[in-house]
Ligand binder design. Structure first.
Ligand code: MV4
Length: 480
């Protein structure tokens, strides 16, 4: 777009890719995010000093913070995102529900406002029918939720949900929804300008998650056909209009086995998984965010949005899959991301980067596009296999497990896919003797490569490699 960029960085991110890529970069504090990336005034100070026009809040940290949004605007800068009011109203799950009901967007049956007594909860639960789900009004992302399957558990569950909500959000309000069985998590991307235009860019299937952390996302969803996409898209646009939304946003829905869909919540920011939408629509969402924030009219209409092929994203995290997904730390000794046509590597690290405990374990996103779902899955398998990362444990083997699973391949999965199909210990660690054998094999292979005098020399000056020498060269860093 020809726009000069200014990065901010913590002491831990001094040489991170985003710093090296930006035209200018400024420090905002030490590694802990509370002393750097969450320091609103320090960030705004940098923006003023560097003569910035706008701030893009990304998708973590302050991106959905209404107070930061206001501070940016009050400093005379443009916040690349919605207004503080839209963030606020969608941040309160009960006010969002009320708004959706008013606008005819389907929500899960339940209460509109927080329950005020056990007696009220009992009569509502009876009317809605068990099982029910207690949710925190200030919640989202699964905190403060309790499933209640029968009345005898209700009062205890209500109390513990309220306690959890109070300590997590400083707001004990809890409301009731009917518990949707075997749902899928499907979300719709919306894009709105400041001139009353709002369009949707189709859905993302996000059911493959573990403990509320998404692992694999794809577009389109196998259960969404053109008719359902149109209806969900219209509901999403209505939801965005209801809160006067401007910029890129996402409406989360649950879709049940009868393909009924229900509004869950709205994410008032760009999301981690936005690339799959970019891949199937060809629309650069960040570019659109900036244009819309500049006050431009959206350059396309709903009928201009066409969906082509299939995209899959795998989130690559520094976690030890074999040790209950415990976050791993360390120096990245070798880093060779895959590449090629329609293979997108959104890495936040490079060789030599330190993965610390200070931030989220996700350090890269691998996104592929294919002509159809089968093609995309095949390509993702290949890309995961090519990804070389030494120094930290990663979730790559787990993503590979998903790509190979018959239920995933069939598209037969719900939000419980990981619990249902992944037995801890499935991906076992190599045993000590196997590791020793592997080390020995590596030494012999290296001897063979450098002197031609180890195992695979057949005496005729040619080599009998099982492993392609080109692949070996690549892994040793000889290419790219
Ligand atoms: C639900 C639900 C079933 N029924 N609501 C979890 C986080 C929050 N965004 C909403 N969540 C859920 N709400 C009703 N009425 C099941 C979940 C849920 C879930 C939703 C999306 C993705 C993953 C999930 C994992 C567990 C529970």
């Amino acid at each position: 777009m020809g726009i000069r960029t200014v990065a901010i960085y913590s002491e831990a991110d001094r040489s991170a890719p985003h710093v090296l890529t930006a035209d200018e970069a400024y420090p905002v504090g030490p590694a802990p995010s509370s002393e750097s990336y969450l320091r609103m005034e320090a960030i705004i100070e940098v923006a003023k000093r560097a003569d910035c026009d706008a701030i893009h809040p990304g998708y973590g940290f302050l991106s959905e913070n209404a107070e930061f949004n206001r501070a940016v605007t009050n400093a005379g800068l443009t916040f690349i995102g919605p207004t503080a009011d839209a963030i606020k109203i969608m941040g309160d799950k009960t006010s969002a529900r009320t708004l959706m009901i008013e606008r005819g967007v389907p929500v899960v049956p339940g209460t509109e406002r927080a329950v005020t007594s056990g007696e009220e909860a009992r009569s509502i639960a009876l009317k809605v029918g068990y099982p029910i789900l207690l949710k925190a009004a200030a919640g989202g992302g699964g905190k403060g939720m309790r499933v209640v399957t029968e009345e005898t558990q209700l009062l205890k569950a209500l109390e513990s949900a309220q306690n959890e909500a109070r300590s997590a959000f400083g707001d004990e309000r809890v409301y009731i929804e009917k518990y949707v069985l075997e749902p899928r998590h499907v979300e719709i991307q919306v894009l709105a300008d400041a001139h009353g235009n709002c369009i949707h860019l189709g859905e993302r299937e996000c059911s493959i998650q573990r403990r509320h952390q998404k692992v694999v996302e794809e577009a389109p969803s196998v259960i969404v056909d053109e008719e359902l996409r149109t209806r969900m898209g219209q509901a999403a646009v209505e939801a965005a209009r209801a809160c006067g939304y401007v910029n890129a946003g996402t409406i989360e829905f649950l879709v049940d086995n009868h393909r009924n869909f229900y509004f869950l919540e709205m994410n008032t920011r760009l999301q981690v998984e936005h690339p799959v939408t970019e891949m199937v629509t060809g629309v650069d969402l960040v570019k659109m965010q900036i244009r819309v924030a500049e006050g431009h009219v959206l350059p396309m209409k709903q009928e201009d949005i066409r969906f082509r092929g299939h995209a899959i994203e795998c989130r690559i995290c520094a976690e030890d899959v074999r040790n209950d997904f415990l976050p791993d730390t360390g120096t990245i000794l070798r880093y060779r991301p895959p590449f090629g046509f329609a293979v997108r590597d959104d890495s936040g690290v490079t060789e030599g980067s330190e993965i610390s405990i200070h931030y989220d374990p996700m350090f890269a996103k691998l996104v592929v596009w294919g002509m159809d779902r089968e093609d995309a899955i095949r390509k993702m398998r290949r890309a995961l296999d090519e990804f070389v990362i030494d120094g930290v444990e990663t979730t790559i083997p787990f993503c590979r497990f998903v790509m190979d699973h018959p239920a995933f391949i069939k598209g037969d999965f719900r939000i419980d896919f990981v619990e249902k199909h992944y037995q801890p210990g499935f991906l076992r660690k190599p045993q000590a003797d196997e590791s020793r054998a592997a080390a020995l094999a590596a030494v012999l292979t290296e001897m063979d490569r450098t002197t031609g005098s180890a195992l695979s020399s057949n005496g005729k000056g040619t080599h009998d490699h099982r492993c392609s020498p080109w692949l070996l060269l690549h892994r040793q860093g000889g290419t790219r």
